[in-house]
Write a protein that binds this ligand. Structure first.
Ligand SMILES: [Zn+2]
Length: 281
């Protein structure tokens, strides 16, 4: 190298890459529009062009629906064990805990919506694809039981790939456990509103998600048990257009209403005003 040649800055390219965050723009998977991430967040993670509802984290969702300053998280201490000794399960849970800041795939807690007392369980797809293991089932069951004791409505936002296979039968028994707690909550004369968000499938669809006093869904979210490919291969039949979407489920009676994310809080308040009439406010 000549004595007067300009020295090359080491790592300058890498530095440039770091100064432009990869997540400044987000491509809408539905219409292909590039949306500025700030605009997307201000629009409650809904595409401003086509209304596609992006996945939403549990805490963002709670912030969207709760009266300010009323959320009080419960069962924070519960963490998955590895009851079957499944290979690498413990490591995967630990990795997801550090990556997402969540302890498992659901956040539960007390809150008020429009002044009405509610116990909410909000699933988060980022954690293990929202799969339901013992911790998810136990947290939801404890939330429902607390709601019964404290005279609160239950609202569950579902987003799940189904039961967590790494916990085998212990995952499957959460289906009966959560539904049993909801039956006692219903006998106490308290309402349960189930909210489907994209995607709700497997053991969650086959248990608490479909037995709300009112079942509502975000637009175009997928609702099903098995995926469409599995059904097609099993039945050897072409599936109808729009199969397993929220809109299809409204037409066929499983879902009562589609609610846009921006209207979620006001619609829940209206429903609670009808269903919690005479209960403490
Ligand atoms: Zn879009």
């Amino acid at each position: 190298m000549g004595i007067f040649s300009k020295p090359r800055l080491k790592g300058s390219q890498a530095k440039n890459r770091d100064t432009v965050p990869n997540d400044l723009w987000t491509k809408c998977p539905d219409c292909g529009e590039m949306v500025h991430t700030l605009d997307l967040r201000q629009n409650h993670l809904v595409c401003p062009k086509c209304d596609h509802h992006f996945l939403m984290g549990a805490y963002d969702r709670l912030q969207l629906i709760a009266d300010e300053g009323t959320f009080d998280e419960t069962s924070v201490e519960l963490i998955s064990a590895n009851p079957l000794g499944f290979d690498h399960y413990k490591e995967k849970v630990e990795l997801l805990r550090s990556k997402t800041g969540l302890n498992d795939a659901v956040v539960t807690g007390r809150l008020e919506i429009g002044g009405y007392p509610v116990m909410a369980a909000v699933m988060d797809f980022k954690f293990f694809a929202g799969s339901m293991g013992s911790v998810v089932g136990e947290k939801i069951t404890r939330a429902i039981e607390r709601a019964t004791l404290e005279n609160r409505a239950v609202i569950i936002f579902s987003s799940s790939s189904g039961a967590r296979m790494q916990e085998g039968m212990l995952s499957l028994m959460q289906m009966a456990k959560t539904c049993g707690a909801l039956a006692l909550h219903g006998e106490a004369g308290l309402p349960y509103i189930s909210v489907f968000t994209h995607p709700t499938t497997g053991g969650v669809t086959a248990s608490f998600a479909t037995i709300g006093d009112i079942n509502i869904a975000e637009p175009k979210c997928m609702i099903g048990f098995a995926g469409p490919r599995v059904i097609k291969e099993t039945t050897h039949q072409d599936l109808p257009p729009g199969f397993q979407t929220a809109e299809f489920m409204v037409d066929h009676g499983l879902v009562d209403s589609i609610v846009h994310r921006r209207e979620m809080r006001s619609k829940l308040t209206t429903m609670l005003s009808y269903l919690m009439d005479g209960k403490s406010k």
